[in-house]
Design a protein. Structure first.
Length: 360
């Protein structure tokens, strides 16, 4: 997604948030935790308002059209004005009814419209944590599905709505930064492909492709285990192949777990390293295998769904002024900028994400 457009759309909100942050009126532990994690969470959080997603996609599509149109039928380069500087919110048809006189998205109006859609169970004029969370998880799943569909469309050459490894392979070699694939790279992708191919028919259907692209969001036990094993393999100083002893756990893993747990439980009790290790070490051999680490995967390698949950906590912490653990429309209106502040990274790269968010 183009940073420029998000910037135009949300520039005010972003600046505002940083100002609010520096002189925040959120007191105590909650506020501390939000300040510490806010940036990290916002970077990965789903977009709260589907209309903003619509705008982003529209812009993305036009950018691609522009690229496709770069050469016209006679193979003559056609110059077009860069979209980044010319697309504005008002050019996206669906939004016209939600614009301010200044041509920006009227987020007040949007919150009025969205509130009843979130306030569903029970419909009582309040949005509880669960109502907010299910809304945001829904946005996260839509994004996963959309990304998967885009990838599927771009790779599925024979139109069987699935991707064979042959169809996938040109795609990775094209996307590799240094155009020569490292030795073993193709084998690595092949292994990942085979794990994702749940029914072993040598093609990935939509569900399997989603797991393949987003292992951390997978429900497939094998996929998750493979991911953890792979991450452990990349830790340099592991003496025992593919397992963590207590020192390694404490040094490389525990603090990540602890900080997210701390955030999730709002500063509640988080088990100390020794106790957590003992709890995870089910077979009591003083090592944690990839399988034994699975229960804490959402903390170590949070995927879209895990981030959706953190984002829910973040929004609650920011907007629940009277701390009754539910949001009124007024509380949301008081914190509009918080709900319209997701900033997303460029690109399609789950691999980028992998590296960027690699904590181990
Ligand atoms: C946004 O919409 C609300 C509700 O319709 C309206 O009262 C307000 O004036 C609008 N804000 C701007 C800046 O246009
Ligand atoms: C894809 O195949 C799996 C079996 O590997 C099946 O469970 C799933 O429902 C299929 N998904 C779609 C979208 O057909
Ligand atoms: Ca398959
Ligand atoms: Ca063990
Ligand atoms: Ca409240």
């Amino acid at each position: 997604m183009s940073k420029a457009v998000v910037y135009m759309l949300l520039a005010t909100a972003t600046l505002f948030l940083f100002i609010v942050r520096s002189q925040t009126n959120i007191e105590g532990k909650k506020g501390d935790l939000n300040r510490r994690f806010g940036y990290k969470i916002l970077e990965r959080a789903p977009i709260f308002d589907p209309i903003v997603t619509t705008i982003e996609r529209e812009v993305e599509q036009r950018k691609q059209q522009k690229n496709n149109n770069y050469f016209d039928d006679n193979n003559v380069a056609v110059r077009r004005t860069g979209l980044g500087s010319t697309t504005s919110v008002s050019e996206v048809a669906e939004t016209y009814q939600y614009l301010t006189s200044g041509g920006e998205l009227n987020t007040t109006l949007r919150l009025y419209i969205l509130f009843p859609l979130l306030d569903r169970k029970p419909k009582d004029g309040f949005i509880g944590f669960d109502e907010l969370e299910s809304w945001i998880i829904q946005r996260a799943m839509e994004r996963l599905d959309y990304d998967t569909q885009v990838e599927l469309d771009s790779m599925d050459m024979n139109g069987d709505l699935a991707v064979s490894f042959k169809e996938y392979l040109p795609h990775i070699s094209k996307n590799e930064e240094k155009n020569d694939m490292a030795q073993g790279e193709a084998e690595w992708w092949m292994e990942r492909f085979n794990i994702a191919d749940y029914d072993h028919d040598a093609i990935l259907n939509f569900t399997e492709l989603r797991d393949f692209l987003h292992p951390e969001d997978s429900q497939n036990h094998e996929m998750l285990t493979w991911m953890v094993r792979d991450k452990l393999k990349r830790m340099d100083d592991l003496e025992i192949d593919g397992k963590l002893n207590f020192n390694e756990f404490e040094e490389h893993v525990y603090s990540t777990y602890e900080s997210y747990m701390d955030f999730e439980t709002n500063g509640g009790d988080v088990p100390i390293a020794k106790d957590k290790f003992a709890e995870l070490d089910v077979n009591n051999d003083q090592f944690l295998s990839p399988e034994e680490l699975l229960p804490i995967v959402p903390y170590l390698y949070p995927g879209e769904i895990a981030y959706a949950k953190y984002y829910t906590s973040y929004l609650m912490n920011e907007a629940d002024d009277d701390e009754d653990e539910r949001l009124t429309l007024q509380e949301m209106l008081n914190h509009e900028s918080v709900f319209y502040n997701t900033v997303h990274e460029d690109g399609d790269g789950y691999e980028e994400n992998d590296d960027e968010h690699d904590e181990l």
